[in-house]
Ligand binder design. Structure first.
Ligand code: 3HC
Length: 311
């Protein structure tokens, strides 16, 4: 390896400066960034499915228009992230291919069904809440294009979390049936939302190196703890409970203790055996195939545009 280039890279990291696409970087740094950013992009795109399925069934015109805007934001996040990953030399077509062939991962959370309208609220409150906890530190990621994309993504995620909170708040203060529906959604989504932060630190093969490279700023367990601490008072304000009998304030630690999570479940979902993995991938592949004519038309238009410009 080029020792001078390596020294320059190390110095940039040590000074908390950004690595940019033009800079030399270790091959493994590039590889782990493409892995994380593309998985993140895929999660945004697959994440459109559970909520998208509720657009036609939203309970009012106002809620429908808010949900459309939210799902559209997720598509936008996917696009910024694919663009950030492309600056590392992998094309969007390659990343898409890796997703559709099952080689690339996406977040476990999107393999759970959105069974009721309250699930749309729970996804906004819990899933986007977890996403914010995980992604705010990524705004300081050492790789410039990823960190910068995260700034806007996080602003939009805060809006998403509030809309989820507001849906649950309305249900929780509605009829007993509506309140029960809100509680049921929280009961089903809370555990899977905690698993979004990834395996426990001792079982997280990538964390140490990613933290040394300042891609990740906190470990999986640190961020999970931060999320639990943030959600307990919010659940109280909603009048809902979190489904964990071991949840208790620990004065000495200054944090909430929480019960063990079902790590076998996370492994199974990541391995493709969650409740909706097959459905999510089938839908993605069909949408890709159905959209072939749009890509062809756009490419033909771009070619004509370029040749007109040239003459
Ligand atoms: N679901 C699926 N795969 C997971 C996972 C999860 N919840 N948690 C961990 N994994 C995978 C990792 O990707 C890694 O697989 P790989 O080595 O084959 O790529 C493996 O399990 C081991 O985990 P590690 O902890 O070693 O992996 P990382 O250091 O990459 O940490 C992470 C995992 C915390 C998820 C990290 O990649 C990260 O912060 N990613 C960016 C955020 C992100 O992708 N969020 C997606 C969901 S949020 C969202 O999409 C917004 C929503 O509003 C739509």
């Amino acid at each position: 390896p080029d020792t001078e280039a390596q020294a320059h890279f190390d110095a940039l990291l040590a000074a908390d400066e950004r690595i940019e696409p033009r800079d030399w970087m270790p091959a493994k740094y590039r590889k782990t960034l493409v892995r994380q950013i593309s998985q993140h992009a895929h999660s945004e795109i697959i994440g459109m499915q559970p909520e998208g399925a509720w657009i036609s069934r939203a309970p009012s015109l106002k809620r429908k228009s808010i949900l459309i805007a939210k799902v559209q934001d997720e598509a936008g996040h996917g696009l910024y992230l694919y663009s950030a990953a492309e600056t590392l030399g992998t094309t969007r077509e390659e990343m898409n291919e890796q997703l559709m062939s099952g080689k690339a991962k996406y977040s476990s959370i999107f393999n759970y069904p959105a069974l009721t309208w309250a699930d749309v609220g729970a996804i906004g409150w819990l899933v986007d809440g977890a996403a914010i906890c995980n992604q705010v530190p990524l705004c300081r990621c050492s790789y410039g294009p990823y960190g910068r994309a995260m700034v806007r993504v996080c602003k939009e995620e805060s809006f998403h979390q509030r809309q989820g909170w507001e849906i649950l708040h309305a249900l929780s203060n509605g009829t007993p049936e509506q309140k029960a529906m809100a509680q049921d959604a929280v009961n089903r989504y809370y555990g899977p939302a905690l698993q979004m932060f990834g395996p426990p630190d001792a079982d997280s093969p990538n964390s140490q190196q990613s933290m040394a490279w300042k891609i990740k700023r906190f470990s999986n367990d640190e961020l999970r703890q931060r999320f639990v601490d943030m959600m307990v008072p919010q659940a109280e304000a909603l009048g809902l409970t979190l489904p964990d009998p071991d949840l208790a304030w620990n004065e000495a630690r200054g944090h909430y203790d929480y019960g063990d999570l079902d790590w076998d479940e996370l492994k199974a979902v990541i391995a493709g055996n969650g409740p909706c993995n097959t459905q999510r991938m089938a839908h993605k592949i069909k949408a890709h195939e159905d959209g072939a004519w749009v890509r062809e038309a756009a490419a033909a238009y771009a070619r004509r545009h370029t040749s007109t410009d040239a003459t």
